[in-house]
Design a protein around this ligand. Structure first.
Ligand SMILES: C[S@@+](CC[C@H](N)C(=O)[O-])C[C@H]1O[C@@H](n2cnc3c(N)ncnc32)[C@H](O)[C@@H]1O
Length: 304
């Protein structure tokens, strides 16, 4: 196992937000290093307890590396799958309703710290960035195959790079000479100076989001989670960049992907959720300890 596979962000706040029922059925759609999953299990009744009904936790991860953090516990099931198939998997396990769901979006430290996976501009590696190692499309396919316009759009939307258009142009010029196959080729082709590490991180983030269709998977999962949650059930989501945060915020406010707030005759909000946490950030003390928690935002809602 890695020395540190991942340090969970806002662990305490997230678990409190879920208001765990000791006999409930829970889903952690982003298992990673299992920090959040273990904390959920700790709050649930264990087999030795006197109760008849023992709860269960289903943890998803599309990266098989996460299995190295497997938990030996009868109350726990690992689902090696993209969380966009949440509904299908719950049907498969005969679960009609759940008491809570946690999503800690994005990648783990393990991804960034594993040179050969190509997630980081800090290491020389093939341009891969697939969370699911069996997926077909890599970052190199996108960098070499998308039109200049498509690349500009990704860089602007997913990387919030104001100069996305210029970077896309530089990349297309470079690839007309020779395919861009490695992380260092992309850094050179983008012409972003090495000292502008924030911009480089955003460029890599944008590609990662596209490679893994992170926004599409999030949309599918949100709808499935809304339909699976019992009244009183909680959904807790940790987001790490503004586009996904906006989607989650609007979804939890309205209960739909369009973010349209429907009202009844009397003007009451018909959203299926009551908001509990509205974008809480990590404490200064946590950010000091774990700088990668800096961009985390916690949103929690309860199903009405
Ligand atoms: C930020 S980490 C979660 C860390 C975890 N909360 C912990 O305590 O260690 C995100 C994890 O979710 C996984 N992941 C991201 N998107 C996914 C998706 N669409 N389906 C399944 N797993 C996904 C990643 O592979 C990664 O391991």
């Amino acid at each position: 196992m890695d020395s540190v596979y991942h340090i969970p962000a806002m662990l305490q706040e997230t678990i409190e937000g879920l208001a765990i029922k000791p006999q409930g059925v829970y889903v952690d759609v982003t298992f990673g290093g299992g920090g959040h999953s273990r904390a959920i299990l700790q709050r649930m009744d264990s087999i030795g307890d006197l109760s008849f009904d023992i709860g269960h936790l289903y943890s998803f991860d599309q990266d098989k590396d996460a299995l190295q953090n497997a938990i030996e516990d009868e109350r726990w099931t690992f689902v090696h799958s993209n969380f966009r198939y949440l509904r299908n998997w719950m049907d498969y396990y005969g679960v009609e309703h759940i008491d809570g769901l946690l999503a800690d979006l994005g990648v783990s430290f393990h991804h960034f710290d594993c040179p050969e996976r190509g997630f980081s501009f800090r290491f020389s590696a093939p341009l891969d960035m697939r969370m699911n190692q069996t997926a077909k499309r890599t970052a190199a396919d996108i960098v070499n195959g998308y039109s200049e316009e498509e690349l500009a759009k990704i860089f602007f939307l997913y990387g919030e790079l104001k100069n996305g258009r210029g970077i896309a142009k530089n990349i297309c010029k470079a690839r007309s000479q020779k395919p861009i196959e490695r992380t260092e080729d992309l850094v050179a082709a983008s012409r972003i100076p090495a000292e502008m590490s924030k911009e480089l991180a955003r460029l890599f983030q944008a590609l990662r989001i596209e490679v893994n269709d992170e926004m599409g998977a999030l949309r599918d999962m949100l709808v499935a989670a809304r339909d699976l949650l019992k009244p009183g059930g909680r959904i807790a989501i940790l987001t790490y960049h503004s586009l996904e945060d906006r989607l989650v915020k609007n979804f939890l406010r309205s209960g739909n992907l369009e973010g349209t707030i429907e009202k009844d005759f009397y003007g009451n909000n018909l959203s299926p959720f009551t908001l509990i946490e509205k974008g809480r950030e990590a404490s200064a003390e946590e950010v000091e300890r774990n700088p990668r928690a800096r961009s985390a935002k916690l949103r929690v809602a309860e199903k009405k």
